[in-house]
Design a protein around this ligand. Structure first.
Ligand code: ATP
Ligand code: MG
Length: 354
């Protein structure tokens, strides 16, 4: 019997509406599997918490989280109350950095029952491996006054070890997939220090994986390929910023940001990994009961995969697709169903399949 301790952080906005369905999906997965159980503890860390305590989580928040094997997060952000950079750096980015979650995994896959905005999507199935700990999201830089002008410098920091481990993870992930093809997102024609270095490391690590087809593509052209020929891509490895933008584009071609999952992984397993959907707290629809729970529930499947329960994870994903194919979908996908109707329908299917 495997027992997994999980910290659950619903966060803000629709995070609080969709997390309960992710939690129920995990509990049901444990029931179906039989050899798996979860011990979950919920934490109210959020922008509301910030308003009361002046911080997004307690001072020892990171230490508390280190006692768990995984973190299941909804979304944080309430821009009218707390500036986005405060809520992001105060919780999400703090956790990613402190827990050395240096890989962000984001599948971009055409789903049964969802109309992709692409005219001819041809069944794309991409795994984006985003470097999650350094690169363009480094807090190094500053402002200065020069004469009567102002200069702002924002440094992007790439270490050899950080770049290597992200790229190696991508090759290893590709080795487990059918097509065995890695595309590296670069921009070495315009960004003349970090990106040629990225290319160099990609080439070096790539030589360890001769069985895997490999290519480097400029991020601008690659963005176009996501729209014009996504079916030609398999694993895509990208720096922090490039990966962030590509995966929102990926969520777009999937049909809604409300269905896209993600996992922030500490591959060494020294610290907990964190599982959260791609979407944010969506204050514009919070409280209406129409948030799509699919992103959060698919995120639960990614957690099951991470712990080696791929079989029951696949049943969950199949149940999600069955439900969407039956037309039980929220307004972001063109349907009329509520969060609860979609969530419950998926759980019912999951029970039937399990
Ligand atoms: P963040 O900065 O945290 O990514 P954001 O404001 O950029 O937040 P979201 O909160 O993801 O982005 O919202 C973007 C748009 O997508 C909004 O119009 C929102 O209503 C919609 N959206 C996001 N998630 C969902 C969902 N689960 N179901 C339905 N619509 C969603
Ligand atoms: Mg956003």
């Amino acid at each position: 019997m495997k027992n997994i301790e999980i910290a659950v952080i619903p966060g803000d906005g629709i995070g609080k509406e969709v997390v309960p369905f992710g939690v129920k999906a995990l509990e049901l997965a444990a029931e179906i599997h039989g050899g798996l159980s979860f011990k979950m503890q919920e934490f109210p860390w959020s922008c509301e918490y910030y308003v009361e305590h002046g911080r997004m989580m307690p001072e020892n928040g990171i230490d508390i989280l280190k006692n768990f094997e995984a973190i299941f997060l909804g979304a944080v952000g309430l821009p009218k109350t707390v500036p986005d950079h405060v809520s992001l750096w105060g919780l999400l980015i703090a956790i990613r950095r402190e827990m050395k979650q240096y890989i962000n995994l984001r599948p971009v896959k055409q789903m049964r029952g969802v109309r992709s905005p692409l005219a001819d999507p041809k069944g794309f199935d991409i795994l984006v491996v985003r470097e999650n700990a350094e690169g363009e999201y480094s807090p190094i830089g500053g402002r200065m006054i020069a004469g009567n002008d102002e200069i702002v410098v924002q440094n992007a920091v790439f270490t050899r070890s950080g770049t290597e481990r992200a790229i190696r993870f991508a090759f290893e992930a590709a080795g487990k997939r059918d097509r065995k093809f890695v595309t590296s997102a670069t921009k070495s024609n315009g960004i003349i220090h970090s990106m040629p270095f990225w290319d160099e490391v990609f080439g070096q690590v790539g030589r360890e994986f001769p069985e895997i087809q490999q290519t480097s593509t400029h991020i601008d052209a690659l963005s176009a390929f996501f729209v014009t020929k996504p079916q030609t891509l398999d694993v895509v490895v990208a720096s922090n910023l490039f990966g962030d933008i590509l995966t929102d584009l990926g969520a777009g071609i999937m049909g809604s940001i409300g269905i896209a999952p993600s996992a922030n992984i500490n591959p060494d397993r020294k610290y907990p990994s964190m599982f959260e959907p791609v979407h944010g707290s969506a204050p514009d629809i919070y409280g209406k009961g129409i948030a799509n729970p699919v992103g959060q529930m698919w995120t639960a499947k990614m957690m099951l995969d991470f712990f080696g329960f791929e079989d029951v994870g696949q049943l969950l994903l199949d149940s999600i697709e069955d439900t969407m194919e039956a037309g039980i979908i929220t307004p972001d996908l063109g349907g009329k169903a509520s969060t609860t109707e979609v969530g419950e329908a998926i759980l019912t299917k999951f029970k039937e399949r399990g």
